[in-house]
Design a protein around this ligand. Structure first.
Ligand SMILES: [Zn+2]
Length: 230
């Protein structure tokens, strides 16, 4: 069914191309209000995960997720720029273990976590990286004190809705403008003259973490997208 992104933050990250016949490539940001593909509405959950990871990255944190999200959820997290999967790390919860590279802490506030980190370091006398398990809303609070966050909840709400028409969408990354081509057809940006990239496509790059990451990085510095009807 043709879908638009109807509720959520100003920019969401698309994920779930495997549930679509036409869609953006996973990791592509889309603007609130924008029609984006012909997909199963369950892509909303995957977009929620991808968008949450992007928001956490913007707080300056390295972001890890749990395998509990399932294969689709983990792929969506990588489309949002995730740095890794907790269960694939050599880690221990709340205390140091010989050889562990990461120790995962939980705490109500920063003071509780940093004091637990110090006590663990005094016992360990070995280097380790500090992870903290947090909801999205707390990422900004903890990010300055830790090496990475494990995002465990508080996923941002992303709502998708049926739409009548799926127009061609051309994007100028330089200007941050998406042209929704309901009548006209454009190949170049009206403002800067650069060639437009096609947002909605049937192209399917391989479903791999490396590809998800590279698409995320391509767009990481695109803070907002303005829609223009043509
Ligand atoms: Zn332009």
């Amino acid at each position: 069914m043709p879908l638009a992104y109807v509720g959520g933050p100003p920019v969401a990250v698309f994920a779930g191309s495997w549930l679509c016949s036409k869609s953006p490539i996973d990791g592509t940001p889309i603007a609130l209000g924008e029609p984006f593909g012909d997909c199963d509405p369950s892509v909303a959950r995957l977009m929620s995960i991808a968008t949450s990871v992007r928001l956490a990255k913007q707080a300056g944190a390295r972001v890890f997720v749990s395998r509990e999200l399932g294969e689709d959820g983990v792929d969506a997290a990588f489309a949002g720029g995730a740095d890794g999967v907790l269960e694939e790390l050599d880690y221990e919860v709340g205390r140091y273990r010989e050889g562990a590279k990461f120790v995962l802490f939980e705490g109500r506030d920063v003071a509780e976590v940093v004091n637990a980190v110090r006590r663990t370091a005094e016992e360990a006398r070995r280097p380790f990286d500090v992870l903290v398990a947090v909801d999205l809303g707390q990422v900004g609070v903890f990010a300055p004190y830790v090496d990475g966050v494990v995002l465990r909840g508080g996923w941002v709400e992303v709502e998708v809705g049926a739409t009548e028409v799926l127009p061609e969408v051309g994007r100028c990354v330089h200007c941050g403008v998406d042209y929704l081509m309901y009548s006209g057809a454009l190949r170049r940006c009206l403002y800067c003259g650069r060639r437009l990239a096609r947002v909605v496509t049937s192209v399917r790059p391989p479903r791999s973490r490396a590809v998800f990451r590279s698409i995320y990085r391509k767009y990481a510095s695109l803070p907002k997208i303005r829609l223009k009807i043509v």
